[in-house]
Design a protein around this ligand. Structure first.
Ligand SMILES: [Cu+2]
Ligand SMILES: [Zn+2]
Length: 173
């Protein structure tokens, strides 16, 4: 399962993996205060790391050209998008950090999403985790940019959207 080398992906062409089915998907939904947010995060295992493809709509945005939103984006260690009145996504807990690193070297620290009138699309490679090890954990979007400095979470503000990472059955097709 999930051995990309058996699927014919050459070392020189990581993006060819996007023609196959992702190994895992998180369906993103906004918290009760951000009901318009929805999207999908797809995870593809390659020999060089995990390709993450995120597409999200309904994000908070500004019409001012100098104030377009940049939104913190992480994998969190929690396995549930529930919470409480103070933090509707509290159950996502902290950044996924199995090696005990400081932020922004947590395994779950990802490039922030750049908003475009409420839409964001991001495609990147990370070898900080395998797809298999993050299945069941959560993807979180925040309402502020990640400053990549402040501990423990980059001062990225409120959690506004969440999705549980779920395994996609089947390997190649
Ligand atoms: Cu986060
Ligand atoms: Zn972090």
């Amino acid at each position: 399962m999930n051995r990309s080398s058996s699927c014919g992906h050459s070392k020189a062409d990581l993006l060819s993996v996007l023609r196959s089915r992702p190994q895992a998907i998180a369906s993103i939904a906004g918290s009760m205060n951000y009901p318009n947010i929805s999207g999908t995060v797809r995870l593809y295992q390659t020999h060089a790391g995990v390709i993450v493809l995120a597409e999200v709509s309904g994000l908070p945005h500004s019409n001012h050209p100098c104030q377009e939103q940049i939104l913190g984006f992480h994998i969190h260690e929690g396995t549930d998008c529930g919470g409480n009145m103070d933090d509707p996504l509290a159950d996502a807990m902290a950044h996924y950090n199995p090696a005990g690193c400081e932020h922004p070297n947590h395994a779950g620290d990802l490039p922030p999403l750049f908003g475009n009138n409420g839409f964001a699309l991001s495609l990147f490679l990370t070898n900080r985790f395998s797809v298999n090890e993050v299945i069941g954990k959560t993807v979180i979007i925040h309402n502020r940019p990640d400053d990549f400095t402040t501990q423990p979470s980059g001062n990225s503000g409120t959690k506004i959207a969440c999705g549980v990472i779920r395994q996609v059955t089947g390997v190649c097709f």
